[in-house]
Design a protein around this ligand. Structure first.
Ligand code: MG
Length: 604
């Protein structure tokens, strides 16, 4: 009896399924279906069976068995079968003999949806801040053999941190309504040079040379290890391959510490195109590539235009353009915005950018509807590119107490507050005591004619200047002789002080003119004896290393609160310069003079 049982067991064929496996996803070929690869073997006497059949169950499927090609003379089988796209389905397969099932097996969850290879370097691998996991159980990944829910770190890619794969997968699964599968193959810190197949040579080795070797005098080539991983996934993907290869890489080619390891953009393009062509050749089909713009290192090295241009060029030639992730700066990066890798927030945005790039493109091919449910896809950044619009992480502007009438704001350098002229000196002071000779009385000072002009002891570059002046109430003289003084930023033109109330003169010399350059836009003079104000913004010229002006100095001037010059260029190469008040032999009164620096944004 026992022997009979053993003999029967030996004669009984046993079915083993190698493909599909649990959680495996195949690329769909239309909105509703695709083909799956079916592969396995039959241990024991294959001849003890006469048919092989399979079916899908789950959801709304009818669950009808379909015959598969089967040759009882061989112990292995490999075939394909049409399968529905959508959710997870149970796949059952069985061997029969004369209508009776002799062996059967099943995969509990497999699906047909969208497949991607994720290649590149650290920000495509597992080097980001947070370990993420997909919200949807339909988002899976594969290390080349085993499939599992795509939680970080992703098997198949380098690193033990997080990735953008879970958020990208979640958006695609929700919007396309099919399982989303990933083959992560990215490896941190790798150059495009390391991803080329063997036989593609280049003259500049990358910074890290573990994956390259000498290939003749002055030439290098990749060992091909990384490329083989990518080609292997293309081969394993199944009957329809993968939807696309997602390429996020460039940092290890851009702006290297040793400039001889920086890859010129033209070379970047050539090598990436070599990789793409090789993948088409070896994969047997022109699998689409998406190429991101990625060159960011740190807040001080936010992009390489050369590498980005190359990525754009490939995205227009052989590939499709991926997202621009160099725009993800500030709190999208780890290490409090100082790191090269993405923060948890950056990973989510990175995944969203990819989903919003490939999703609509897929939907156009399948007839899916890619509606915009989640608002604008691209992050709106501030003009300097450093912050997301409305970010709460932006430094708060410093608090400044605004001036009471006749006083200075709290962060101003007060040059005259009614007490003394200690902030000033004679321009041509020849005496050891160079103190200003003009007289202070009753909170103002008045020019003592013919004592000479005075200037501030301190110099100022980009600054806001406020001053108040008064022409004598008693009208003396005419034209340039009536109430003439003026303010200079030394080395730049004078902003004229003159009594131009019913007093004609040449326009580029009247009150508030930038003397000899521009008349004021309007004449906003008050009557003689009344106080006038100037509010002046001076932007210093920009000089090159030889001191040549490459951008001229600029003035903006308000006269009694009325705009009289708007951001006009003025001659002069002095950058930081003292303020000069001109003695033009008329007793002009001055009060309330202060200056404050033009601040930078986000610098408390
Ligand atoms: Mg003058």
């Amino acid at each position: 009896m026992l022997i009979a049982c053993v003999l029967l067991a030996m004669l009984q064929p046993r079915l083993t399924l190698e493909c599909p496996v649990e959680h495996q996803v195949f690329q769909r070929e239309s909105k509703d279906k695709g083909r799956i690869g079916i592969r396995g073997r039959i241990d024991g006497a294959a001849s003890a069976a006469d048919s092989l059949e399979a079916r899908f169950t789950g959801g709304k499927l009818a669950g009808n068995w379909k015959p598969l090609p089967f040759d009882p003379r061989v112990s292995a089988f490999a075939t394909e079968m049409e399968a529905p796209a959508g959710g997870w389905y149970r796949f059952e397969i069985r061997l029969k003999k004369a209508g009776a099932v002799v062996s059967e097996t099943a995969v509990q969850q497999m699906g047909v949806g969208e497949l991607f290879i994720i290649a590149g370097q650290s920000n495509a691998a597992n080097h980001a801040e947070a370990l993420l996991k997909p919200a949807s159980d339909r988002v899976v990944s594969c290390d080349g053999t085993a499939w599992r829910v795509a939680q970080d770190p992703q098997t198949g890619a380098s690193g033990s941190g997080g990735s953008f794969i879970p958020p990208m997968g979640d958006i695609l699964a929700e919007r396309l309504g099919v399982p989303i599968g990933f083959f992560p193959v990215a490896v941190g810190a790798t150059s495009v040079r390391e991803w080329t197949p063997t036989g593609v040579t280049f003259s500049q080795p990358p910074t890290l040379t573990g994956n390259v070797r000498l290939a003749g005098t002055g030439q290098f080539e990749s060992t091909g290890r990384l490329y083989r991983n990518l080609a292997d996934r293309l081969e394993r993907a199944g009957p329809a391959g993968v939807r696309a290869i997602v390429w996020h890489q460039g940092e290890s080619d851009a702006n290297q510490a040793d400039p001889s390891r920086t890859l010129p953009g033209a070379e970047y393009r050539r090598l990436l195109e070599e990789i793409i062509r090789a993948s088409w050749r070896d994969g047997g089909r022109e699998t689409p590539w998406f190429v991101a713009r990625a060159s960011y290192h740190t807040p001080n090295d936010q992009k390489s235009d050369d590498i980005r241009s190359a990525q754009e060029a490939v995205g227009r030639s052989l590939a499709l353009p991926g997202p621009d992730t160099d725009q993800l700066v500030g709190d999208f990066r780890d290490n409090k915005g100082q790191g090269v890798h993405f923060s948890a927030k950056g990973q989510k945005e990175h995944g969203k950018l990819w989903a919003e790039t490939v999703g609509p493109w897929i939907a156009r091919q399948t007839g899916d509807i890619w509606s915009i449910k989640r608002g604008p896809s691209v992050v709106t950044l501030t003009p300097d590119g450093k912050f997301r619009q409305h970010s709460m992480d932006r430094p708060r502007p410093p608090v400044v107490t605004p001036p009471e009438i006749g006083k200075a704001p709290s962060d101003a350098i007060v040059l005259f507050d009614g007490k003394d002229l200690s902030a000033w000196k004679q321009v041509n002071g020849k005496m050891p005591d160079d103190s200003a000779l003009w007289k202070v009385a009753d909170g103002i000072f008045v020019i003592t004619p013919r004592t000479g002009s005075i200037q501030t002891r301190e110099s100022f570059a980009n600054c806001q200047i406020h001053l108040e002046y008064r022409s004598p109430s008693e009208i003396v003289g005419k034209g340039q002789g009536r109430g003439n003084s003026g303010l200079n930023l030394a080395g730049h033109p004078e902003i004229q002080v003159l009594d131009s109330y019913n007093n004609d003169t040449y326009p580029d010399g009247q009150a508030a003119a930038i003397y000899g350059n521009y008349p004021p836009l309007v004449n906003a003079c008050r009557k003689p004896g009344e106080w006038n104000s100037y509010d002046i913004i001076y932007i210093a010229p920009r000089l090159d290393t030889r001191g040549k002006v490459v951008r001229k100095a600029r003035y903006t001037v308000l006269h009694n609160g009325v705009l009289v010059h708007h951001d006009v260029e003025v001659p002069g190469s002095a950058v930081a310069c003292p303020l000069v008040l001109q003695d033009h032999n008329n007793p002009i009164g001055y009060r309330n003079i202060w200056v404050r620096p033009v601040r930078d944004y986000d610098k408390p």
